[in-house]
Design a protein around this ligand. Structure first.
Ligand SMILES: *Cc1c(COP(=O)(O)O)cnc(C)c1O
Length: 388
């Protein structure tokens, strides 16, 4: 079976072998040393000199920790809602009684900087902007670097859900001026689900210190103290997952971030070119597409769930469908993490045949060639300026 979903993603063999290792004790020197190395590598991955907190929860836990620690009840934040995960920011904010001003874009579109600028002008007392780097429900990439240029000039925290972006496309936190960057383990990081990571800027930490949030489990100040002073966590961490993380971060180091991003970008170009060559359209635009998944719009009358079932049963390729209003209408083709061009070729073939079997159409076989050419060209050209 090939797992081509936007999380969870396939596990490299080296990571699986590490995960299978026997238990060690988390308060003993060996594990403390491991946490110290992980800490260095996570800061490198996030592009920050600040501590990166590891948490035992799914990505949504880190989103919750960010909101509960950074904002007080009744404070105003702007939420960019361009899909399912933008919506989730709104739900978390309302649970914590934070006053959310929702600015929406149609699903598949990215927010514009002007849209956020005018919302900031309209609500001068806003304390934060909450956004996804990559909106995984649609495959659109929001302009985080430009948003950071806006918020870093003001007393406004930019909180970025990078769950399908960290380790997939660039988001150097300190350089761009992002105040909170968070991610989960099961997308670009090539690990099972169960871990989440969160980093704050210096000024964001100051805010948390002033807020003194009453959080027992998602206690970021407590976790920071533990990791910085003792290379420890407040509670028993998922020991095997962290050992797996250590292996996966070593793989990132060995390849280099630039090479990882280049490959992600090339796979994205491959899927986009091939899908277009099949005569299919793409939900997100070329200059606002994420690098870890591609949302492909199915021909009218073709049932998305039948296509996915056919891909799985006949070709052993597991992809994801659309959520909510996009249910049955799109295929979300995941190509993040431990996925190579051979996997993507298999996915493209399965998709093409499955659509044909579901009465969609019959395309020429040229899409394979077109996809491969786009992959080669993207690898040669390097990363596009507009995204960096
Ligand atoms: C997957 C994902 C989430 C949800 O993460 P969980 O680990 O399921 O809690 C949130 N935001 C984005 C952008 C995601 O891709």
């Amino acid at each position: 079976m090939r797992l081509l979903t936007p999380g969870p993603t396939p596990l490299p063999e080296a990571v699986r072998l590490t995960l299978a290792m026997d238990m060690v004790h988390h308060r003993k020197p060996g594990f403390t040393a491991l946490l110290g190395e992980i800490q260095k590598d996570l800061r490198w991955l996030f592009g920050t000199e600040q501590p990166v907190i590891s948490m035992a929860c799914s990505g949504t836990g880190a989103m919750t920790a960010a909101v509960n620690n950074l904002f007080r009840k009744g404070e105003k934040v702007i939420i960019v809602d361009g899909g399912k995960f933008g919506e989730r920011w709104g739900e978390i904010a309302s649970t914590h009684a934070v006053d959310a001003i929702i600015i929406s874009v149609p699903w598949g579109k990215a927010i514009t900087v002007d849209h956020v600028r005018s919302a900031l002008a309209q609500y001068p007392d806003v304390k934060g902007v909450l956004v996804q780097a990559s909106e995984t429900s649609t495959g659109a990439m929001h302009p985080v670097r430009e948003l950071a240029a806006l918020t870093r000039e003001r007393d406004v925290m930019l909180v970025v859900d990078g769950i399908s972006a960290v380790g997939i496309s660039p988001c150097p936190m300190d350089e761009w001026g992002v105040d909170c960057l968070l991610t989960g383990s099961q997308k670009g990081l090539m690990l099972p689900p169960g871990l989440a990571f969160l980093a704050l800027s210096e000024r964001a930490w100051k805010r948390v210190e002033e807020n003194k949030p009453r959080e027992f489990y998602f206690n970021l100040l407590g976790e920071r103290e533990k990791i910085v002073k003792n290379s420890q966590t407040l509670f028993t961490p998922p020991i095997n997952l962290l050992m797996g993380l250590h292996t996966c971060l070593a793989m990132f180091r060995e390849k280099g971030l630039d090479a990882v991003f280049r490959r992600q970008w090339a796979l994205t170009q491959m899927v986009r070119a091939a899908a277009r060559s099949m005569g299919l359209s793409l939900l997100a635009e070329d200059d606002h597409c994420t690098w870890g998944l591609t949302s492909i719009v199915l021909p009218a009358g073709v049932d998305g769930s039948a296509v996915l079932a056919c891909c799985a049963e006949r070709y052993g390729v597991i992809m994801a469908g659309g959520q909510d209003r996009l249910k049955g209408r799109i295929v979300r083709f995941g190509h993040m993490g431990h996925v190579d061009f051979g996997d993507v070729l298999a996915g493209l073939y399965a998709l093409d045949r499955a659509i044909a079997a579901c009465g969609g159409y019959s395309a020429s076989r040229e899409y394979m060639e077109t996809g491969m050419r786009a992959y080669e060209a993207a690898l040669e050209q390097g990363l596009p300026e507009a995204f960096l």
